[in-house]
Write a protein that binds this ligand. Structure first.
Ligand code: EPZ
Length: 422
């Protein structure tokens, strides 16, 4: 397996282009299943998760063509030939479960494997199932697969989510676009990826109001047409690279970055003593004076502090002056990076969903292990500020969510290389 070696190399400077959002693209791609007409996505990220979704859609009979080096995805679901999303694909990537709602709405039936366990939490699908059942679907779990059918088609209903789940909101939103009548989603998730999905669906002829708020109203239509849609910028990739100059020092401009995507995160950077400035091309981040200040962070659904930036923020706070308390409120097991950061000399105390981080003057490089996507990139960030070499193994986790990471960081002066598996 490939490894990445990072050597602390002092201040960073330059610019990093931000790609299209993985988590938006993974919801936008299944939308092709809702229409017989072509859907084209531009500004698509080049990631292994996108390849997995491509494989899944192709297994259902959709055509997915990757153009312009992977940044354009031309898709068509004119002739769907299969309605079973196999375990072999779904187990690789949970977001595969986002084909359930669109297939059910378009075909009247769907069979989707349950994704199974995940490093960061149990991640059940009960909210997806209850939401689709409210629209009239009959769903049964058999042999690890969800068997869903709506022989008379779906009908509009009011769905109140007990938790503002991103995936459940996306699945039910897509299904509701072709349901007879009006659907109202209450306590819906408000993430920018959902706004992007609703914007694309509207271009396809869907009638949607309220995305970005906790109440979304959808008026079902008989059929949807095709569209071309640019994928929104990746706010998690953005936040990750904003932390690079914060932890290593220096100044970096993130091209395509938008403040409205990372509001709560920037508030914490500001409190920690990091300068963030909007520019014509994006966001400029600089650490000018001395050590980072300790700050407390609690992860919440958007517009709160994103759980997908918690690990990266922890890496920063390991070098702060003072003690920070991080509370992880979204996933029950999302501190796997803490023991690895402690191998680099960090001082972290984890109790349940709370981690207390006492800042140290200097981290030291060490061999460390990636456990999940965001945990792995937090170790890369820590390596940028550490004395000596950090050697990260299992980097396939990174490939799922960061395109050209080594090249992007090298471009701003980081000493980083990828060692191919011999
Ligand atoms: C999306 O996952 C993202 N993935 C995750 O990003 C992100 O961490 C998460 O939203 C929260 O922001 C994609 O968009 C592909 P949820 P999702 O449904 O949709 C519980 C990354 O690093 N829940 O909002 O799976 C669940 O267990 C990934 O890019 C239920 O209990 O998240 C969790 O504790 C990791 N029942 C919480 O809600 C359900 O039916 C949030 O889950 C659904 C969810």
């Amino acid at each position: 397996m490939d490894q990445i070696i990072v050597t602390g190399n002092g201040e960073l400077s330059g610019e990093i282009p931000i790609a299209g959002a993985k988590n938006a693209c993974l919801a936008l791609m299944p939308a092709t299943l809702l229409s017989e007409e072509p859907l084209t996505l531009t500004n698509a990220p080049r990631l292994s998760d996108i390849q997995t979704m491509t494989q899944l859609l192709q297994s259902l009979g959709a055509e997915v063509t990757s153009l312009q080096g992977g940044q354009v995805l031309a898709m068509s679901s004119h002739d769907l030939t299969n309605h079973v999303a196999e375990y072999d694909i779904v187990r690789k990537m949970r977001a595969s479960n986002l084909v359930l709602g669109p297939m059910l709405a378009r075909l009247g039936h769907a069979v989707v494997s349950l994704p199974g366990g995940c490093a960061i939490g149990a991640r059940p699908m009960d909210l997806h199932i209850r939401g689709l059942e409210a629209l009239g679907a009959e769903i049964e779990l058999r042999d690890g697969y969800l068997h869903a059918k709506a022989p008379q088609g779906l009908r509009g209903a009011t769905v109140e989510f007990s938790f503002a789940s991103v995936g459940a909101t996306e699945n039910v939103l897509m299904a509701a676009t072709l349901a007879r009548g009006t659907t109202v989603l209450k306590n819906a998730a408000r993430e920018p990826e959902i706004v992007d999905l609703a914007t694309c669906l509207r271009k396809m002829g869907a009638q949607i109001e309220g995305e970005g708020t906790s109440e979304i109203t959808i008026e079902g239509v008989d059929r949807l047409s095709g569209a071309t849609h640019p994928v929104v910028a990746d706010r998690i990739e953005l936040g990750t690279y904003m932390l690079a100059p914060a932890i290593a020092g220096g100044e970096v401009e993130c091209l395509g970055g938008r403040l409205d995507l990372v509001g709560a995160f920037v508030e914490k950077l500001d409190a920690a003593g990091i300068d963030v400035e909007e520019t014509e091309r994006g966001l400029k981040v600089a650490r000018r004076n001395g050590r980072i200040r300790a700050v407390d962070v609690t992860t919440e659904p958007f517009p709160g502090f994103p759980t997908d930036l918690q690990a990266q923020m922890m890496a920063l706070l390991c070098t702060a002056e003072g003690t920070s308390v991080l509370e992880e409120k979204i996933f029950e097991n999302r501190f796997m990076h803490a023991p690895e950061l402690m191998r680099m000399g960090a001082r972290i105390d984890v109790h349940g969903g709370t981690a207390t981080v006492t800042g140290v003057e200097q981290l030291r490089g060490a061999p460390v292990m990636a456990t999940d996507l965001r945990a792995s990139v937090s170790l890369i960030l820590a390596g940028l500020a550490a004395e000596g070499e950090t050697v990260l193994s299992r980097v396939y986790h990174l490939d799922r969510g960061y395109e050209h990471l080594v090249r992007k960081l090298e471009g701003v002066g980081a000493k980083i290389e990828r060692i191919k598996d011999q």
